[in-house]
Design a protein around this ligand. Structure first.
Ligand SMILES: Cc1cc2nc3c(=O)[nH]c(=O)nc-3n(C[C@H](O)[C@H](O)[C@H](O)COP(=O)(O)OP(=O)(O)OC[C@H]3O[C@@H](n4cnc5c(N)ncnc54)[C@H](O)[C@@H]3O)c2cc1C
Ligand code: SF4
Length: 431
C-alpha cells in the first residue's frame, strides 16, 4: 500500500503556512484600519468599492488586485475598506471579485458626496457650462482624457457667438481632462483658453516623486494614440509638456478661477487675473479643490507651496511647514531627513490630534533629537523674501526662511459650482 504520510504532512504544512500568513495579513489590516480611524480618515473621497458582506467569501482577490495596495483588507473572513481615503476608484477589485461581491459607489451612508448633474453631452443644467473628468465623478487619467475630448465634441457643435477678444470656450483646469480638451479645441479651431491655478498635469503633478502611474492607452487629439500602461509620474508629465510646447497650447498658469457669471449670451469668468469672457465654459477642475490659503502678506511668492512633492529639493534649506494633519507631519519629517535642512513645524492648535499615531511618533522622535522644531499655538504673521515672522503666545519670532509648505487642507468645489447655478446631487453609497 502507498505511504500517504508524506503527502498528508505536506498538505498540513501548506495549510498551516496559509493560516499563519492569513493571520499576519489580518493583523496588518487591522493596524492600518485602526490608524486610519484614529486619524479620522474613514470616508473615501470619490468612487469606491462597496462590499456585499453576504456574498464575500474572504478570498482576498480584491486585496491583491487593487493597485493602491492598502485600500482593502480581509478581517474576520470578510473584505473591508481599511484605508478608504487611499482609494482612487481604479475598480480593479470589482472586476477581480469571483463572486460579484463588489459594486462601485459614491459616498457612504454616513457621509454624502455631492456630484454635479451632467447630461450625456457633458452639459450641466446651465446651458453652455460643461463638465469633464473627475469633477463629474469619473476618476482616472484615461477616463478624464477621454471625457475632455468628448466634451469638446459637444462644445464645438454650439453656435459660435464669441466677439472681439472673447473666447469660444474657456477650459478651467489643466489636468488630464483639461489638457485633452485644449488639444481638441485647437483641433476644432476654436478660440480657447485654459486657466489653471497651479501647473500642467493637475493631480498627476502632485503625485509623490517617482510614483508609478497605472493607466491605459488613450487617443489624444492632434497627437494620436498614447500607449502608456505603467509609467512614472515624471515621464508622463514630460510627455504632456512636450506636447504642450509643440502645440503651443494657450494655458494661463497660476490663476485661480473664483466665479462664473452668465451674461445670457455667454459667461464672465472671474479669476485672480481679472475677467475673461467666453461663449462656453468647460469645468475640468477635478474634485480635490483649491488649497486653503493663510491670507498673510508674502504668500504669493514662488517659495510658498501647498503640497510636498519631493523632499530632496529642500536639502540645505530653511523650511517652514504649516499644519497639523498627516500631510503636514509627513512633509516636516521627510524634509528633516534631508541633509542640512532646518525645519520648523507651525500649528495653531496645542496638539496634533488629527494625525496618525505613527506620524506623531516620528515627529516626537525627530523633535527630541533636535532634527526639527515644533511650534504649537503659533501662526504665520508674514513671509519675507529670505525670512518670515511667526506669532506665538510669547510674542513674534523672526526666522530665516527659503521655503514654506502650507498643508491647511482644501476648499472643495461644491460652493463654487452651486454659485454658478449648477445643480448638485448628493449620493449616499449609491452609483
Ligand atoms: C495619490 C493619487 C494617485 C493616483 N494614481 C492614479 C493612477 O495611477 N492612475 C490613474 O489613472 N489615476 C490615478 N489617480 C487619479 C487621477 O489622478 C485623477 O482621476 C485625474 O487626475 C483626474 O483628472 P482631471 O483632469 O479630471 O482632474 P485633476 O487632475 O484633479 O485636475 C484638475 C485641475 O484643475 C485645477 N483647478 C481646480 N480648481 C481650479 C480653479 N478654481 N481655477 C483654476 N484651476 C483649478 C487644479 O489645479 C488641477 O490642475 C490618482 C489620484 C491620486 C490622488
Ligand atoms: S474578491 Fe470578493 S469575495 Fe474575495 S474578499 Fe474581495 S469582496 Fe470578498
Amino acid at each position: 500500500m502507498t505511504n500517504l504520510w508524506p503527502y498528508a504532512v505536506l498538505v498540513a504544512a501548506i495549510l498551516v503556512f496559509y493560516f499563519l500568513t492569513g493571520r499576519r495579513k489580518e493583523k496588518e489590516a487591522i493596524a492600518i484600519r485602526e490608524a486610519a480611524r484614529e486619524a479620522g480618515l474613514t470616508e473615501p473621497s470619490s468612487l469606491h468599492p462597496k462590499i456585499d458582506i453576504d456574498r464575500c467569501i474572504g478570498c482576498a482577490t480584491c486585496v491583491v488586485a487593487c493597485p493602491e495596495k492598502t485600500v482593502l483588507g480581509v478581517i474576520g473572513g470578510k473584505a473591508e475598506l481599511i484605508e478608504p481615503t487611499h482609494c482612487i476608484g481604479h475598480g480593479a477589485c470589482k472586476t477581480a471579485c469571483p463572486v460579484q461581491g463588489i459594486s462601485l459607489v459614491f459616498g457612504t451612508s454616513e457621509r454624502g458626496v455631492d456630484l454635479p448633474r451632467v447630461g450625456p453631452d457633458f452639459q450641466t443644467n446651465v446651458p453652455g457650462i460643461f463638465i469633464a473628468g473627475e469633477l463629474g465623478g469619473m476618476g482616472l487619467i484615461r477616463n478624464a482624457v477621454e471625457q475632455g475630448r468628448q466634451a469638446m465634441e459637444s462644445i464645438k457643435k454650439m453656435p459660435r457667438t464669441a466677439q472681439g477678444n472673447d473666447y469660444d470656450v474657456a477650459i478651467i483646469g489643466a489636468g488630464p481632462a483639461g489638457f485633452a480638451a485644449a488639444l481638441a479645441a485647437k483641433e476644432a479651431k476654436l478660440r480657447y483658453i485654459v486657466i489653471e491655478q497651479d501647473d500642467l498635469g493637475g493631480t498627476v503633478f502632485k503625485y509623490p516623486r517617482g510614483k508609478v502611474v497605472m493607466t491605459q492607452p488613450v487617443k489624444l487629439p492632434l497627437v494620436g494614440q498614447a500607449n502608456f500602461r505603467e509609467v512614472s509620474k515624471e515621464q508622463l508629465l514630460e510627455f504632456w509638456r512636450s506636447i504642450e510646447s509643440q502645440q503651443q497650447l494657450n494655458i494661463r498658469y497660476r490663476d485661480r478661477v473664483d466665479k462664473i457669471d452668465s451674461t445670457g449670451s455667454g459667461f464672465v469668468i472671474t479669476s485672480q487675473a481679472g475677467e475673461t469672457r467666453a461663449s462656453a465654459v468647460l469645468l475640468a477642475i477635478g474634485r480635490r479643490g483649491t488649497p486653503r490659503r493663510l491670507g498673510v502678506p508674502g504668500e504669493d511668492q514662488k517659495k510658498v507651496v501647498y503640497q510636498l512633492i519631493d523632499p530632496q529639493q529642500f536639502a540645505g534649506k530653511h523650511v517652514l511647514v504649516v499644519g497639523g494633519g498627516d500631510s503636514a507631519l509627513e512633509a516636516a519629517t521627510s524634509i528633516a531627513e534631508q541633509p542640512g535642512t532646518t525645519v520648523t513645524l507651525s500649528y495653531r492648535s496645542e496638539a496634533f490630534g488629527r494625525a496618525k499615531a505613527k506620524n506623531r511618533e516620528k515627529l516626537a522622535s525627530q523633535s527630541a533629537s533636535g532634527r526639527l522644531r515644533v511650534m504649537l499655538k503659533s501662526t504665520v504673521k508674514g513671509i519675507g523674501e529670505h525670512d518670515l515672522e511667526l506669532k506665538t503666545d510669547s510674542g513674534v519670532e523672526r526666522m530665516p526662511n527659503d521655503a514654506v509648505i502650507i498643508c491647511a487642507g482644501g476648499i472643495l468645489p461644491t460652493e463654487f459650482l452651486k454659485a454658478a447655478g449648477i445643480v448638485m446631487d448628493t449620493k449616499y453609497g449609491t452609483a
